[in-house]
Design a protein around this ligand. Structure first.
Ligand code: HMH
Length: 226
């Protein structure tokens, strides 16, 4: 079994919980409270900014241009393409994208961002990729599952969102699969104990993905400070 298959297998129970979450179910049903959508986009804008910076840290640890170009493509994807699903949510919520972009991180966004920065600060390339992969992986899985369930109809206000994250899971050229392939190449140089640590980084990010949906659904923020 490849290391990436091992991680995906270990991540299944959390992925199942993500699929069952009312926010994700609401995307499929085409119905979510405005407050959940705006909370989500505001925090996701902040999260993706951190994501770009961690990709930049990954570039510093790349061995060659082929690896660098993978991360450069990912950064370009976030900057220029991943604004579309945000626009979809804002349009449904009836707010402008600009009005929800702000610098305040809620506790779970802070935790997730710091979890990624920690991998960049203390780990190797494999640690960074493991901490980052649940982001594209779980969204791809959500998009595919909702599409397979027939949720991407013209009547669904979140059709654009679902279409954006749906892609063939076996397409080797997809960005997510190129990252998993990089992970497997890097994994060849480590032993089981070290790879177990890497797997924990991956699974923590999977759990943080669940918390990210949950905090937006409940609008969980700091209790006693701004
Ligand atoms: C929190 C989070 N995870 C994954 C994605 C998909 O890129 C996203 N936009 N936000």
């Amino acid at each position: 079994m490849t290391f990436s298959t091992q991680l995906k297998t270990a991540g299944q129970p959390i992925l199942k919980q993500i699929m069952a979450h009312p926010f994700v179910q609401g995307i499929g049903a085409g119905s979510l409270p405005k407050e959940a959508l705006t909370f989500y986009v505001g925090q996701d804008f902040n999260y993706l900014n951190a994501f770009i910076k961690v990709y930049a840290a990954a570039i510093q640890k790349c061995a060659n241009r082929q690896e660098m170009s993978l991360f450069a493509t990912q950064i370009d994807f976030i900057l220029n393409s991943e604004i579309h699903p945000h626009h979809n949510f804002c349009q449904v919520a009836g707010v402008t994208y600009e009005s929800v972009q702000h610098d305040e991180q809620t506790p779970m966004t802070y935790l997730y961002n710091e979890h990624m920065y920690n991998a960049a600060r203390t780990g190797d390339l494999i640690d960074i990729v493991a901490a980052m992969l649940p982001c594209p992986w779980t969204y791809n899985q959500i998009g595919n599952a909702l599409t397979a369930a027939g949720a991407a109809t013209d009547q669904n206000v979140f059709k654009d969102w679902i279409d954006f994250y749906s892609q063939s899971p076996t397409d080797p050229a997809s960005l997510t699969n190129r990252l998993f392939a990089l992970l497997d190449r890097e994994a060849a140089q480590y032993g089981p104990a070290r790879l177990a640590q890497v797997q924990q980084r991956f699974l923590k990010s999977c759990e943080l993905e669940w918390h990210f949906w949950d905090q937006a659904y409940r609008q969980n923020s700091w209790q006693f400070v701004d």
